[in-house]
Design a protein. Structure first.
Lengths: 112, 111
């Protein structure tokens, strides 16, 4: 039973398209995150939600819009995809405080 | 500011010890973490240390923290081929539980 699951695992799409990535956690955690990992494996936080409320919004183009319908789900919608959006996107959840994160297995997005 | 640095690559022979180093700049970090990423997978939490500790041991893993120098290390004893992965250190400053990750160290274990 997967703790943090992301779909799809792979996504190949053309420039200019709009796409969504979904994330669900069954750990009962209050906080969820989206991280972007680039080709050099560098990880950078994009967004964080706590109980459906946005608490971290790093410098991310407004083409990226997170949505949290409930505390177990955090989806990421990307408009007008660009080549530079190609990366692996990781969802994670945490019970807050300093307990560390549980990560999903990632979504590899390739924009062609 | 937040900046976490690691060396990019480390190669060790099976059975030897591996030491992966990390330096950070944010002195207000409360917890420091080590994560492991295998190919095609997400990050797996290995261990963590609270900033008022200087050492933590967990089976083959030993974490050393030098808070004065803002230096963190992960020692893996008796390194095995299954330990080949990318290792990330991360710091938490307690701001909305935000973790800032290091640049990652790719560990290669040779026979």
């Amino acid at each position: 039973d997967t703790a943090v699951s992301q779909t799809p695992k792979y996504l190949v799409t053309q420039m200019g398209n709009d796409k969504s990535i979904k994330c669900e956690q069954n750990l009962g955690h209050d906080t969820m995150y989206w991280y972007k990992q680039d080709s050099k494996k560098f990880l950078k936080i994009m967004f964080s939600y706590n109980n459906k409320e946005l608490i971290i919004n790093e410098t991310v183009p407004n083409r990226f819009s997170p949505k949290s319908p409930d505390k177990a789900h955090l989806n990421l919608h990307i408009n007008s995809l660009e080549l530079g959006d190609s990366a692996v996107y990781f969802c994670a959840s945490s019970r807050g405080g300093n307990y560390g994160y549980t990560f999903g297995s990632g979504t590899r997005l390739t924009v062609v | 500011g937040e900046d976490v640095e690691q060396s990019l690559f480390l190669s060790v022979r099976e059975g030897d010890s591996s030491v992966i180093n990390c330096t950070y700049t944010d002195s207000s970090s409360t917890y420091l973490y080590w994560y492991k990423q295998e190919p095609g997978a997400g990050l797996q939490l290995l261990t963590y240390i609270f900033s008022n500790m200087d050492m933590k041991q967990d089976q083959r893993l030993t974490v050393l923290l030098n808070k004065k120098d803002k230096h963190l290390s992960l020692r893996i004893a008796d390194t095995q081929t299954g330990d080949s992965a990318i290792y990330f250190c991360a710091e938490s400053t307690g701001t909305a539980s935000k973790l800032t990750f290091g640049t990652g160290t790719r560990l290669q274990v040779t026979l």
